[in-house]
Ligand binder design. Structure first.
Ligand SMILES: CC(C)(COP(=O)(O)OP(=O)(O)OC[C@H]1O[C@@H](n2cnc3c(N)ncnc32)[C@H](O)[C@@H]1OP(=O)(O)O)[C@@H](O)C(=O)NCCC(=O)NCCS
Length: 199
């Protein structure tokens, strides 16, 4: 995806983006002007300090992933990989900022009518303040408007805090895969249905 400045996006926003357009946007099939209009709706009325990541955020996101998510498993989400995700039409990278610093982020990949939450973290200094809840609500609102059917996530079986968080925001455990992470650690697979099946 080409990058467009915030001011350019604001000037393109007419405030009337039909849901079908939103769905096309996140599935990566939308033309650039329509995609920028969708993004614009998030910038004109940003809830709290949550918004789409810029390329300049890639390093901060990568470090959070290394230290708070991938510890003990190696570092696969390097800055270069995060940057590719930021530029990927089928991925949204969303950040929470505090005084300009990235203190939380989510990385969501989209399929036809499903989403996969690949990464999600809040900096230790900012936990237990409801930041993850706000970030999730922002994501869920976007997914619902876009007509995405469900969102799935994998997490380490040992990560009781994350499991507690995902259950709190409505995810359900569907199964587990042993030795999922680097052949050593079990993964829990959780899902949240966003709309009734066959709706
Ligand atoms: C999981 C995580 C994102 C939660 O972030 P947070 O901003 O602290 O979460 P919130 O303040 O919004 O808490 C929401 C709910 O999550 C659960 N929760 C959060 N921290 C918890 C803890 N230390 N112990 C138990 N439950 C916890 C609670 O249900 C909480 O609701 P409550 O405050 O009413 O009890 C954060 O701990 C984190 O980044 N962990 C490391 C990365 C990670 O595990 N990511 C998920 C897997 S990819």
């Amino acid at each position: 995806m080409s990058w467009i400045s915030a001011s350019a996006m604001r000037s393109q926003c007419d405030g009337t983006i039909p849901a079908t357009r939103l769905k096309w946007a996140i599935s990566g099939r939308m033309e650039l002007d329509r995609l920028s209009a969708w993004i614009c709706t998030r910038i004109v009325t940003p809830p709290a300090d949550i918004g789409l990541a810029t390329p300049a955020d890639a390093q901060a996101i990568a470090l959070l992933s290394r230290d708070e998510i991938e510890h003990g498993l190696g570092w696969s989400w390097t800055a270069a990989r995060v940057l590719r995700a930021i530029r990927d039409r089928n991925t949204n990278v969303v950040v929470v900022r505090d005084e300009g610093r990235v203190v939380g982020f989510a990385l969501l990949q989209y399929d036809e009518d499903r989403a996969h939450l690949l990464l999600f973290a809040v900096a230790p200094s900012h936990r237990r303040r409801g930041i993850a809840t706000s970030l999730w609500q922002w994501l869920e609102e976007t997914l619902r408007v876009a007509g995405v059917g469900n969102v799935q996530v994998e997490l380490r079986a040992s990560n009781a805090v994350a499991r507690s968080f995902y259950e709190k925001v409505g995810f359900e455990l569907i199964n587990a895969t042993s030795k999922y992470y680097r052949g050593v650690e079990t993964a829990l697979h959780m899902i949240k249905e966003l709309m009734p099946r066959n709706a």
